[in-house]
Write a protein that binds this ligand. Sequence first.
Ligand code: AMP
Ligand code: ZN
Ligand code: FE
Ligand code: FE
Length: 277
Amino acid sequence: MIDLHVHSTASDGSETPSAVVRSAAAAGLTAIALTDHDTQSGIAEARAEASQSGLELIGGTELSLEWAQGAMHLVVLFLEPGPGPLQNRLAALRTGRSERNDRIIDRLGELGLPVSGAEILDLAAGESVGRPHIAAVMVNRGYVASIADAFDRYLGRGMPAYMARPRLSPEEAIALARQSQAVPILAHPHTLGLNTSEEVTTTLRRLSSAGLIGIECYYPLYSPFEREGYAALAQRFGLKPSGGSDYHGTYKPDVELGIGRGNLAVADELLDPLRPT
Ligand code: AMP
Ligand code: ZN
Ligand code: FE
Ligand code: FE
């Protein structure tokens, strides 16, 4: 079993990179990809731990892309830390993220729900701070019942404290990933907001011409039927199947490493075809 979509305290996960690797090894996983949002700062620590634990640690990141209809996220696998075309863009994305966070804080204040930047930074241990950290502060202050509640009522798209941030276009992100010898994967495709089979065809043609390599077909929310559907779709567009739990520790309390909500199990056999050539 492998898990190709995992977050740590480097972004909005609750476990340190080394703790994530120890949990993965204890759960019997043979490989995981650390895909923290807009940062690779957890990878060195995770890799050091992985060499002790005997599992493969794949470097990566997750990017939010320009997409009006919904949320388009790109999981980038086999992205090595250090300088490179995509690596060099991550700092600017984090700056955009942090400016966006300040605007969210201002808006929450206007809504009568004050939170301070210091409280948020207190919770966030890494360099990529995000809405889940803000949501956790809102829970601590008793404004909302849970992180999911904070997104549903305030922080999610279309809600009163939602603020946009600069993103890469799909073409730009995919090209930068490929120029960095990394492997771009369309994450959790259900969040794109595609409503007709024409939209699915147009979008997957567009992404595949841009150089997309794979689709996340195995994801905690998906039934066996849906996984097979996404895998068939991947094949139709010349894309490879990938899968992961999108583990965030306590920030997504119902999702576990490797098994997701219980029945996710991404087979080792998916990994070799995804390796960069
Ligand atoms: P950000 O990158 O700061 O814009 O926040 C995006 C992250 O928030 C996602 O990667 C998820 O981890 C989390 N997230 C997004 N929507 C929800 C939701 N409805 N409930 C809980 N967490 C969410
Ligand atoms: Zn996240
Ligand atoms: Fe995502
Ligand atoms: Fe994720």
